[in-house]
Design a protein around this ligand. Structure first.
Ligand code: CAA
Length: 390
């Protein structure tokens, strides 16, 4: 059932999903997070369970396999999952906002049934593939190509940094159909993995979010029917950017979860640990860190909730929430780094040790300032929108 609440107000349904996500995250994810971080194994079992709980397609209507809830429900649940483990947070965020939401917004009925329904239900895994080895922040300069061949297209090229690339069943792929048109020559396709012409590259060894699998994917004369094109030819860049606005709210929320985990560990530590005859939280050098962490966390939450309400409103108005999403992503990801950095310092040697999760929060936080648009790109988007200059 759809949740309808005026901006700023949480419903009983919101509290219920937050509680369900918190219990699941603390009981089923937190205990295995360190082990999966160490091994780098993809946590398929917990992801499947999250699918059964409706967490893999929260905003997708129930008739399409989702939970039929609103954006606020999505961010409340994602925050809890990310607080327990940022890797699960990444997988959930990409599946929900970069993959399912794209098809829900731009797909045909057949595409929704075939490519969105099983992913929203958590039975299959979806990925989003924009980046290439020579095209990251400057996303429109990609080189991969799709050439029309009768009722099909033949795709050739190399895509990189694909979240869930090693395990994805379906991929939302952006590639060039008209190289003379720049950003307006990019087209989106829904592609199935493991068909002739498709290869997965090696899994990237990463600093953080190590249980979230990332890889290149390669296409060589990969045949895709025109019925699997998402939108019209040349609409791909706009689709990619529209969907990234949604994705950036997800990453902001993941960052909030990491920041909170780092903060709560620090809070407990400064209340218990003694040095020089007093609790370390009684030293101003430590207590001011706690104050700064808490203030930034609440500010990040405010920006994320504003962005979530703006996205929800856009579903009726069709308007954009680019500014809100970029501000939330920028501030929350820098808050995650700030809090994780202070948490390690507060814990001293224990913060540097793998015996506590604090060093993992530090490693996991960094990616939130990089993927789905670096902090520099968020500043560029925000300032362009405010000044009207380029
Ligand atoms: N919504 C809708 N349309 C948008 C838009 C948005 N948010 N942003 C731009 N557009 C449209 C513009 O209106 C413009 O259309 P018109 O020409 O019709 O006016 C068109 O797109 C081109 O826009 P720009 O001229 O602004 O494009 P640009 O080349 O200057 O690039 C950019 C803008 C903001 C820098 C963009 O390239 C960008 O966001 N780069 C970062 C890419 C990124 O986030 N990559 C991460 C990929 S995902 C990932 O990390 C891995 C993963 O698996 C999670």
């Amino acid at each position: 059932m759809a949740t309808k609440a005026p901006a700023g107000q949480l419903t009983e349904e919101h509290e219920m999903i937050r509680q369900a996500a918190r219990e699941f995250a603390q009981n089923e994810i937190a205990p295995i997070a360190a082990e999966f971080d160490e091994s780098g194994e993809f946590p398929l079992e917990t992801i499947r369970k999250m699918g059964q709980m409706g967490f893999m397609g929260i905003e997708i209507p129930e008739q399409y396999g989702g939970a039929g809830m609103d954006t606020m429900a999505y961010v409340l649940a994602l925050e809890e999952i990310s607080k327990a483990d940022a890797s699960h947070g990444t997988i959930m965020s990409v599946n929900n906002s970069l993959y399912c939401y794209a098809i829900y917004k731009f797909g045909t009925e057949e595409q929704k049934q075939q490519f969105m329904r099983p992913v929203a239900a958590g039975e299959k895994i979806g990925a989003y593939s924009l980046t290439e080895p020579m095209s990251g922040s400057d996303a429109a300069t990609m080189r991969s190509r799709a050439v029309r061949d009768g009722d099909d297209y033949l795709i050739t090229g190399r895509k990189s940094w694909v979240t869930s690339g090693p395990v994805a069943d379906y991929i939302l792929l952006f590639t060039i159909t008209d190289p003379d048109k720049g950003a307006k020559g990019i087209t989106a396709f829904l592609v199935e993995a493991d068909k002739p012409g498709f290869t997965r590259g090696k899994k990237e060894p990463k600093l953080g979010i190590r249980a979230s699998a990332t890889s290149e994917i390669l296409f060589e004369d990969y045949r895709v029917p025109a019925s699997q094109r998402l939108g019209e030819e040349g609409e791909g860049f706009k689709i990619a950017m529209t969907v990234l606005d949604a994705g950036r709210i997800g990453i902001a929320t993941q960052a909030l979860g990491i920041a909170e985990a780092a903060y709560e560990a620090s809070l407990q530590f400064v209340r218990e640990r003694e040095a020089f005859g007093q609790k370390i939280g009684e030293f101003q050098g430590t207590s001011f860190k706690i104050a700064d962490m808490k203030t930034r966390i609440e500010a990040a939450r405010g920006l994320i909730h504003s962005a979530a309400w703006a996205k929800q409103a856009s579903k009726d108005s069709g308007g954009r929430y680019t500014l809100e999403a970029s501000m939330a992503k920028l501030f929350a990801s820098e808050t995650a780094m700030f809090c994780a950095h202070h948490a390690v310092q507060i814990h001293g040697g224990m913060g540097y040790s793998k015996e506590l999760p604090v060093e993992r929060y530090f490693r996991d936080a960094k990616i939130t300032e990089i993927y789905e648009g670096t902090s520099e790109i968020q500043r560029l988007v925000i300032s362009r929108m405010e000044t009207g200059l380029r």
